[in-house]
Ligand binder design. Structure first.
Ligand code: ADP
Ligand code: MG
Length: 158
């Protein structure tokens, strides 16, 4: 099975889901994060990075477009994680000149907020994660599209 839905009652639940994801991920993964402003996308990345053992501050890359976290010593081995927020992205040439394409490689995990803003140039996702704001918390749906994604989903469910 390649998908599931979860109810996240509060911020702690979103961080815990990120931590669960950190145990399940494998390198060479592109993850799209969908959902309105304030839905919890950055919170999930924060939980994931903390789960990988990163102890620094995780800030939203709204103005810089990407925040790199390189040479993280995860249980899976050395990882490069790139956190994109493309909300303000509007210059397709910047994608090439900034070297963003190189961030998608066999040793990296790329998490992308607002992938809709660059859908013609982004690599296709291995995993889509959809956040929905509810009166009481968030619903999150994860859909896997590739073999590595299936491995990841299986790891989370175990
Ligand atoms: P986004 O990156 O999607 O714009 P953020 O993660 O920056 O959203 O902000 C989400 C906001 O919602 C934060 O204030 C966070 O504390 C809160 N939040 C995160 N997860 C939940 C949840 N499951 N239920 C309620 N509030 C949440
Ligand atoms: Mg965000």
């Amino acid at each position: 099975d390649n998908n599931f839905t979860l109810e996240l009652a509060d911020e702690a639940a979103t961080l815990a889901f990120g931590a669960a994801l950190s145990k399940a991920i494998v390198p060479n993964l592109t993850i799209y994060l969908h959902g309105d402003l304030g839905a919890g996308k950055t919170t999930l990345v924060r939980g994931l990075l903390h789960g990988l053992g990163f102890t620094g501050k995780v800030k939203s890359p709204t103005y810089t477009l990407v925040e790199p976290y390189e040479s993280i010593e995860a249980a899976q081995g050395l990882l490069n994680l790139y956190h994109f927020d493309l909300y303000r992205f509007n210059d397709e040439e910047e994608w090439e000149s900034a070297g963003f394409r190189d961030y998608f490689n066999a040793a990296s995990v790329c998490l992308i907020e607002w992938p809709e803003k660059a859908e013609h140039i982004l690599p296709t996702p291995d995993i889509d994660i959809y956040f929905e704001i509810k009166p009481d918390g968030r619903n999150v749906r994860l859909v896997g599209h590739s073999l590595p994604a299936e491995v990841c989903v299986k790891n989370i469910k175990e």
